[in-house]
Design a protein around this ligand. Sequence first.
Ligand code: SF4
Ligand code: SF4
Length: 65
Amino acid sequence: MYVVNQEKCTGCGTCTDVCPTEAIQIESGKAVITWECMDCGACPRVCPEGAIKKQDVVLAAPGAQ
Ligand code: SF4
Ligand code: SF4
């Protein structure tokens, strides 16, 4: 799934406009991606701050990215 870097996000809302599943919500001025994200990859391409990154949910494998 994708995650928002809360340090970089300015809460501009651009990502919420492109999300097909409305998985992104602005909370306290920052974007938050919920479980409804279906990994379409649209939001990181439009974020002007580069705040959205893909984060694979991998359970602790030593040395794994
Ligand atoms: S990757 Fe796609 S579905 Fe997931 S939050 Fe971004 S725009 Fe929405
Ligand atoms: S587009 Fe980027 S900076 Fe704007 S609200 Fe979404 S994550 Fe934050």
